[in-house]
Write a protein that binds this ligand. Sequence first.
Ligand code: AMP
Ligand code: ZN
Length: 327
Amino acid sequence: MVQTHTHRSGGAADISAADISPSDGASSLVRRMLDAGLLAPTGVLGLYGRSGAYQDVADGIGMMVRRWGASLGARRLHLPPVLARATFAHTNYLESFPDLMGSVHVFTGGDAEHKQLLRRVESGGDWPALLEPAEVVLASAACHGVYPLCTGTLPEEGLTFDVQSSCFRHEPSAQAARMQSFVMHEIVHVGTAQSAWDHREEGLARGIRMLEALGLSMQAVPASDPFFGRVGSVLAAGQLEEQLKIEGVTPIPGTDGVTAIMSANCHRDHFGVPFSIRTAGGDVAHSACVAFGVDRIVVALLAVHGFEPERWPFYVRAQLGLAGTEG
Ligand code: AMP
Ligand code: ZN
């Protein structure tokens, strides 16, 4: 049996999806998506099942990203929703985002411990405390699983990946676009400082064009990650100043402000150093990723074009490979 634990045990995560107030501006979109059957509630905020219609749109977005990846000769990888703990430790994620991560715990006892576990469950006690950490943690970003595959010396042209996985971030929210479990699809390049920077720049432009072709109004905005703690604000300021993270944002009707539905990130040697990746020329490798938040894109499309994809404009359905499926 596998039980997942988050670093921060938040009571807010236990609020039933049915508790989301229809009058709450930010969350009414979730409420309407639940009512329409596009999302299925789980009793945990930000954790949903997806309907067939929702998933068809998500698959269409996946196809669009894959076409771009294929044009770059990217190696396709579908990674599991969990990551080796050793790999996770190398990403330094714990340093910067301890509040977002989740780890996996498992039962490793014998008969006696099993009896104790069942007694604990029956009495409503803290049974997860009887579990042991597994060798895996929940994936926080799709690209994290790519770097250990690059250890050693890169080919002259570097390596490019088309990678996707379900990701977990412990940020329970009633907002439709902020989920705890969501799919991230990334085009990642590991190479020289120049090729990584170029990938970020070209990928940003390409990604924005791709999303505009779906009828979304896009803007590229320099951004920073939500680094943890006081040191975090220094890191965020540096990231912003050097423009290492650019987000593709769009207004989602029914929610406030704009929402990042993609990000284009230059990591410099953040992964090259811990994963011992070198360029053909012998330098420490740099990396860059262009990440699409597939669920956020689906939510944005549903909010903009309506809850019935079969009635979306033809050009949008054509891009997503949905045209013709409704006869
Ligand atoms: P980031 O690594 O934070 O830039 O994340 C990459 C993309 O994943 C973002 O641009 C979002 O589209 C998506 N994303 C990040 N966090 C969430 C979340 N909590 N729920 C849904 N999508 C998310
Ligand atoms: Zn990434």
